[in-house]
Design a protein around this ligand. Structure first.
Ligand SMILES: Cc1cc2nc3c(=O)[nH]c(=O)nc-3n(C[C@H](O)[C@H](O)[C@H](O)COP(=O)(O)OP(=O)(O)OC[C@H]3O[C@@H](n4cnc5c(N)ncnc54)[C@H](O)[C@@H]3O)c2cc1C
Length: 430
């Protein structure tokens, strides 16, 4: 394995929006940094870049603005460089298209020298002096290299979660919404299509299929185990849960209490935006004008407990848990919208000699985003993702990316480069 002799101050693992924000803020500092991403270029949930979908936070939650509005990697600078400032001004919207957010991040990632693509981190090793060796595989050639660094920042994000009951089927027929844009064309030739789940991704997939259902002639079912197709809690005061103040309140609670609170906050992040529900309802209303029958069913309270391949179709076992009724349903395609789970690579678990995990195998994290070490060490491994269990419901919210970057930058540089205020919101959670 080739070994690079230069030592970095920090190496980032993964380039999603969180680590990209950190890379962007570090770009104007005197720091030797490298961020590695396994994909060949920046791509933010490519399977869900559906036309017409919007970023669910204002564009002000870009990579840098909330720390430093003058930073050249801001969204407004991107708009300006695209020659779209006047159009954007007339657009008068804070909620930019999801595709534009992706394009902006891609633009920024190409300008930030520390960002390296097509290189997968395969191992992290603690060295005797407390620094780290990071092993990297170049995806195109398979060649392997090692880099040395003081600090490491994990930003490996999340991976699609497919429930056991729906695993093991051909992926062109039973696929996660993460692959929706890649596979949706296959639904056009199907007789029956089923969407499972009732979050934002499920609703967007259902809405897109609803648009095509009558012309393509497939029947469409939307099944969820939830009691209803509930809307996300998006009131302004509730959005204050996605704030540094809420982290201040939440972080010191016992882990048991945190898990209990988080389990009760599903609609803060898992529901459907009211806008999407309205669109779906309005479409169904219009499609049924004049008594036209819609070959569409919305089935709440129903758990899909199994799937079997039968006669070239799929038989879903469904359980209505209030009526205690189990029945089967045939379909040709299943779109699984059951969310995401933290992506903690195996090499992080291999560090169990030096870092602490809780009883559920989740790493422990300090309030300022360092993995809790078993002993003293001059350098840190930071967690920029996978911290919902320690930092709460806002952990994956893009509105907190820049705040987290500020806290990490200040530690990496050993000084308060960015001010971190005491209070950001109106309410007190204490
Ligand atoms: C469809 C969708 C829409 C969303 N929309 C919003 C929204 O509008 N507003 C909001 O606040 N939140 C939104 N979220 C939630 C959240 O902001 C995103 O999930 C966001 O992408 C999280 O960013 P991240 O940087 O933590 O991880 P990710 O975006 O998951 O990026 C992690 C990166 O790490 C790379 N990686 C993993 N392992 C390695 C390795 N070993 N070596 C190198 N690279 C590696 C992966 O390839 C990936 O590119 C959305 C989530 C989804 C799924």
């Amino acid at each position: 394995m080739e070994q690079q002799q230069e030592t970095f101050d920090v190496i980032g693992v993964g380039i999603g929006p969180f680590n990209l924000s950190l890379a962007a803020l570090l770009d104007t500092q005197d720091v030797k940094a490298a961020f590695f991403e396994q994909k060949s270029e920046f791509a933010w949930h490519p399977g869900m870049l559906i036309e017409g979908t919007k970023l669910q936070v204002p564009f002000l939650a870009d990579l840098v603005t909330m720390a430093d509005p003058t930073n050249p990697h801001s969204f407004l600078n991107y708009i300006s460089q695209q020659g779209r400032m006047y159009q954007f001004y007339i657009l008068q919207r804070l909620d930019i298209p999801r595709r534009e957010y992706n394009d902006y991040c891609n633009w920024a990632s190409k300008r930030i020298e520390s960002c390296r693509f097509g290189e997968k981190v395969t191992g992290i090793h603690r060295l005797e002096d407390g620094s780290h060796r990071v092993d990297v595989r170049e995806e195109a050639t398979g060649s392997e290299k090692s880099f040395f660094t003081k600090h490491v920042v994990l930003g490996t994000g999340s991976t699609p979660a497919l429930p056991k009951a729906l695993q093991g089927m051909p992926e062109e027929d039973v696929f996660h919404t993460a692959d929706f844009e890649i596979q949706r064309h296959t639904c056009r030739d199907a007789n029956r299509v089923t969407v499972v789940g009732s979050g934002q991704s499920a609703a967007e997939a259902f809405r897109e299929l609803l648009k095509e259902q009558r012309t393509c002639g497939f029947s469409l079912d939307w099944i969820t185990r939830s009691p209803g197709f509930a809307s996300m809690e998006e009131s302004k005061l509730n959005l204050e849960h996605f704030s540094p103040d809420y982290i201040d309140y939440y972080y010191p609670l016992s882990q048991e209490k945190k898990d209990e609170i988080f389990a009760s906050q599903g609609l803060y992040y898992k529901g459907i935006s009211e806008h999407t529900i309205n669109e779906i309802y309005n479409m169904m209303y219009e499609y049924t004008v004049g008594g036209e029958e819609l070959d569409v069913r919305l089935l709440p309270l129903t758990k899909v407990t199994g799937i079997e391949q039968k006669d070239g179709e799929y038989e879903l076992t469904c359980h209505h848990y209030q009526k205690e009724d189990t029945y089967s349903k045939r379909t040709d395609k299943v779109i699984v919208a059951t969310g995401y789970q933290p992506n903690v690579p195996e090499f992080v678990h291999d560090l169990s000699d030096i870092i602490e995990f809780d009883e559920y195998g989740r790493f422990k994290v300090t309030k300022d985003y360092r993995l809790v070490e078993k002993g003293e060490n001059p350098y840190d491994i930071f967690a920029n993702s996978g911290i919902t269990h320690t930092h709460g419901v806002g952990s994956t919210n893009l509105g907190l990316a820049v705040f987290r970057s500020k806290v990490i930058v200040n530690q990496l540089l050993g000084e308060e480069v960015y001010t971190v205020q005491d209070s950001y919101v109106f309410q007190s959670f204490e």
